[in-house]
Design a protein around this ligand. Structure first.
Ligand code: FAD
Ligand code: N01
Length: 539
């Protein structure tokens, strides 16, 4: 634990979290003359990229785009080596950022905020840490991440298993699974990355799948000679082009709809994009997320690919998603996922029709009596998305209103994804109610940090003390976020998606990220500013 500051010191800003969001906030707000302190549970910067160290962890946004744009020297001096960065590369980059901008001196690591309380008279938050320290600050900035708290383990009898249990979201640096007999539960983005990586080294691998996913090949590769230099030569223009795309990263989306072309062209388009790999596949046609027939066509294409790749037709059949539109769950981008099921040491256990009865001391038993034995269990079972980090804390706003109680009953209601009624001066970074996970998150974070920093300066210049969501604007915004999602196929099928909290029993289901993307969202932010911060009460 490090605490170079007297924790009773009054701060302008307390930032919770030292991932992409928290580091950027610290740098920007310190530069704007605010006293800022960051607290972070981990012993290191990095957030997602510190915690998720499992084999195969990699980003699916290109490295040159999944990086900060706010310092040209930084983007000129940092050398990415691969098209898509591995976890370790992103962590190295964020450590470099922390050192280069001397950020660590204002971060308290291994410090977890347990709760925070608003005092209306002083217009200050007092945050308490798990180890009993307090911080007093005018603004409490939540840079806590959308995917930073794991979903509670809800596997029957999981505690009976007596072997080694590893969690992808907190993977031990020294884990060595060479030659071991391993079971992975979960086939989301994480499972689809860890499975091929583990298959290479373990003796035997059992993959427990409940809902199959659409897995698009990454096609990662080393950057070619001169490729990085070419990007650097036009970086500002590239960043601008990224900002003009709803996803916060430029995609050469096909403007045509799937059925305005004939079958030959449709298939050739899917094929070309499949070969190109990555998220660009989703830009094959403009109506994939809006028209069920178009989505059915892309699903049929992926099914065809699964049949082509997977040798055993029974396994191929089990791997085919058939209960939700492609894209309704977060599309999975991974390398050699389907190919991995052709290996002799990999076995697919489908628990949709033959449910998991219980874990045992040495493995698992299925409803039909089948048993599978292994010595290591790997959990890739996902996150308590968006709200998890908030509801873990005991945050008390105006008149003692508890954030956990409100959000667990109604979901994360906010104005513009930035502030929640009843919690003055608590501002939220790149989470529910903003594009966040439906965009290149670094771009979404930069959009938020710029807006928040300008707001704080505006308030300081005018002697204003508090900002809070305006209740009617909040209701309107939440309805708008839902309405935009309902214009797409996102809510369709039994996706059980964490986008709407459906992966966790009892969690209120509202569509959490803002599906219109960063351009529309940027316009909404600007409109608020132009109208004297409409949607918020400033006092
Ligand atoms: P985080 O990186 O989650 O950081 C939040 C930090 O807050 C954490 O370090 C946490 O320890 C800390 N914290 C939380 N609560 C407390 C507390 N009470 N007290 C103290 N500290 C606290 N996004 C993309 O755009 N593209 C991708 O390809 C992509 N891949 C991903 C892969 C994985 C495995 C995961 C989990 C997420 C991925 N994401 C991706 C989303 C990713 O989370 C964001 O891109 C980005 O890293 C979020 O940064 P952040 O700083 O907002 O949050
Ligand atoms: O989590 P998930 P994730 N019994 O929730 C299964 C980002 N990310 O960590 O679908 C059996 O998607 C669950 O099954 P089901 C990205 O945004 C990005 O994989 O509920 N199975 C599912 O298969 C991503 O979307 C990258 O039926 C159970 C899996 O566990 C987000 O993080 C890489 C179960 C959970 O999948 C989350 O991905 C990694 C149970 N009781 C992560 N409980 C990139 O490459 C859960 N499951 C960009």
């Amino acid at each position: 634990m490090t605490s170079s500051v007297d924790s009773a010191t009054e701060l302008d800003v307390l930032v919770v979290g030292a991932g992409f969001s928290g580091l950027h906030l610290l740098h920007r707000l310190r530069g704007d003359g605010f006293s800022v302190r960051v607290v972070e549970s981990a012993p290191e910067v990095g957030g997602t990229w510190y915690w998720n160290r499992y084999p195969g962890a990699r980003c699916d946004v290109e490295s040159v785009d999944y990086s900060y744009s706010w310092d040209d020297e930084l983007q000129q001096e940092w050398d990415w080596t691969e098209k898509y960065p591995a976890q370790g590369d992103i962590l190295a980059y964020l450590k470099h950022v922390a050192d280069r901008f001397d950020l660590r001196k204002d971060i308290d690591f291994e410090t977890t905020v347990a709760g925070a309380e608003w005092d209306a008279e002083s217009a200050r938050w007092t945050a308490r840490t798990e180890d009993g320290r307090t911080y007093v600050a005018q603004y409490l900035l939540m840079a806590v991440g959308c995917l930073s708290v794991p979903k509670e383990v809800d596997l029957p009898g999981a505690d009976r298993f007596s072997g080694q249990v590893l969690r992808t979201w907190n993977w031990p640096e020294d884990a060595d699974l060479t030659g071991r007999s391993v079971c992975v539960v979960g086939t989301g983005s994480t499972g689809a990355q860890v499975v091929p990586a583990l298959a290479e080294v373990v003796g035997d691998l059992t993959v427990v799948q409940r809902t199959p996913n659409f897995v698009i090949p990454t096609r990662n590769r080393p950057l070619a000679d001169g490729e990085l230099e070419a990007v650097k030569a036009e970086y500002p223009a590239r960043r601008q082009r990224n900002a003009s795309h709803p996803a916060g990263v430029f995609r050469s989306d096909n403007p045509k709809t799937a059925f305005e072309v004939d079958e030959g062209e449709r298939h050739a388009t899917f094929q070309e994009r499949w070969e190109g790999g990555g998220i660009n596949f989703l830009g094959s046609f403009s109506d994939l997320m809006f028209d069920q027939a178009a989505n059915d066509a892309v699903c049929a294409f992926v099914h065809e690919k699964i049949e082509e790749i997977v040798d055993d037709p029974k396994v191929a059949e089990l791997l085919k998603p058939d209960s939700y539109p492609l894209g309704a769950k977060r599309p999975v981008i991974a390398t050699d996922y389907y190919e991995t099921f052709n290996r002799d040491n990999v076995h697919l256990v489908d628990v949709r029709e033959n449910p998991l009865e219980s874990f045992t001391e040495t493995g698992l038993a299925l409803a039909n009596g089948d048993q599978h034995e292994f010595d290591t269990l790997v959990l890739a079972t996902g996150f308590d998305s968006f709200t998890g980090a908030f509801t873990k804390m005991d945050v008390r706003g105006r008149d003692g209103l508890q954030l956990r109680e409100v959000w667990q009953a109604e979901g994360p209601k906010t104005s513009l994804g930035l502030s929640s009624d009843g919690f003055p001066n608590l501002l939220i970074v790149a989470n529910a109610g903003s594009p966040s996970v439906l965009a290149n998150m670094v771009a979404a974070i930069e959009q938020h940090v710029a807006w928040i920093a300008d707001l704080l300066t505006h308030m300081r210049e005018r002697g204003l003390r508090t900002i809070e969501a305006e209740p009617q604007a909040q209701e309107k915004w939440v309805a708008h976020v839902e309405e935009v999602a309902n214009m797409t196929l996102w809510p369709n099928g039994d996706s059980g998606s964490w986008y709407r909290g459906a992966n966790i029993a009892g969690k209120p289901q509202i569509f959490m990220p803002y599906a219109a993307g960063v351009v529309e969202y940027g316009n909404a932010l600007q409109e608020s500013v132009d109208n004297d911060y409409a949607g918020f009460v400033l006092a």
